[in-house]
Design a binder for this molecule. Structure first.
Ligand SMILES: [Zn+2]
Length: 367
């Protein structure tokens, strides 16, 4: 199939010197794309990734463009960027010029405290009471979202170190209000059970990971329409985190081990309870930006059907973020991925709307 497409009109047009952005709809009429594949309008949307973030923190522009191209080549046409160390609005002009860049909905910078998140990633507030003001500033800098780090290991506790909340309840109430007053929704990174209730009570919009949610909290999240991004690939790293913590932080190691052990069941319970689940890869930092198809395959472990996973990764998440399929483009697969998610691993062609480009990924997507 890939070979057939490579021999179709697209390659010849490209070989003739036309830039991909100069291809028009008319040029594409004669090719086999529609007949030979399944077109997924809007492609996939990754609701949790970090363009411009690498293992060491902020990346340079070329690396950021490479990350974006890797996402698009994996069929990811829209992202909610869940915290970036630099302003990536310059990517929008690159997209308009025909570069392989997904449409971005940004959350400004992550907000954390010194030594209470990965070094070099977040805006680190020396004074916790500055949280509401920082939320207001990031709300104005982003595209309708703010991202706060809700909990992290507190190594200052030595052998008693565990994952604990970063902010007290009064600050959380003011932080959520500051986001909403500035026209943004707010999402919170959280692994620990103890972190969730104050944010739920304060009217948070979304949780990232939420591995600590028990059945009462799951019911609350469902009834209050608080969305959750479960991040299987990230949680799959918890045994590594536990091994690294070793004897130095035994409580932390025990916590992440237990969270990992219960994760599939917990995601299944959230799905059953009607919590709005959002597919996100957490790419940037340690995971590559083409990870979402692999993340979606992992969702099968929660007993969710392929067609439901596809609904969540497309129609549902677009509605949640306020994105229209025609703003994003389309991705062509060999067959309908809602019938078998495996097709997501090898998109045949990508059409970025707005940029006017139909492109075949230069090489098969590798994972
Ligand atoms: Zn993240």
């Amino acid at each position: 199939m890939r070979q057939a497409l490579r021999n179709s009109g697209i390659d010849q047009v490209l070989a003739g010197g036309a830039k991909p952005s100069q291809l028009s709809a008319v040029d594409l009429d004669g090719i086999e794309l529609a007949q030979t594949g399944y077109d997924l309008d809007g492609g996939l949307v990754d609701v949790h990734c970090h363009l411009g973030l690498g293992p060491q923190g902020a990346t340079d522009r070329q690396t950021t463009l490479d990350q974006a191209a890797s996402a698009v080549s994996a069929g990811i046409l829209g992202v909610r960027d869940c915290g970036a160390p630099t302003d990536t609005h310059w990517l929008d002009a690159q997209r308009e010029a025909g570069a392989l860049v997904p449409r971005l909905v940004r959350a400004g910078r992550h907000i954390a405290r010194p030594k209470r998140y990965l070094r070099g990633f977040a805006l680190e507030l020396e004074r916790p009471q500055d949280l509401p003001e920082a939320v207001a500033t990031q709300a104005r800098a982003g595209d309708g979202w703010v991202k706060v780090v809700g909990d992290w290991i507190d190594r200052s506790l030595g052998a008693d170190a565990d994952i604990t909340p970063l902010w007290d309840e009064a600050l959380i109430v003011d932080a959520v209000a500051a986001a909403h007053e500035n026209g943004a929704r707010i999402t919170v990174h959280t692994f620990a059970h103890a972190t969730l209730n104050p944010w739920i009570e304060a009217g948070v919009d979304c949780f990232e990971h939420a591995t600590g949610a028990d059945s009462d909290q799951i019911q609350e999240m469902a009834s209050r329409a608080i969305a959750v991004t479960p991040t299987f690939l990230q949680v799959d790293k918890f045994p590594e985190f536990a091994a690294q913590a070793g004897d130095k932080y035994p409580r932390y190691a025990a916590t992440v081990t237990a969270l990992h052990a219960g994760h599939e069941q917990q995601v299944a319970a959230m799905y059953e309870a009607g919590v709005r689940l959002l597919p996100g890869s957490d790419a940037g930092g340690s995971l590559p930006h083409n990870s979402l198809p692999r993340e979606l395959l992992a969702w099968r472990r929660a007993g969710i059907s392929d067609s439901e996973i596809m609904r969540l990764a497309t129609v549902s998440v677009r509605e949640f973020l306020g994105l229209e399929a025609h703003w994003l483009g389309s991705v062509t697969y060999e067959a309908n991925p809602a019938e078998n998610l495996q097709y997501l691993l090898n998109p045949l062609a990508v059409n970025l709307s707005g940029a006017g480009a139909t492109q075949i990924p230069e090489q098969p997507v590798r994972f």
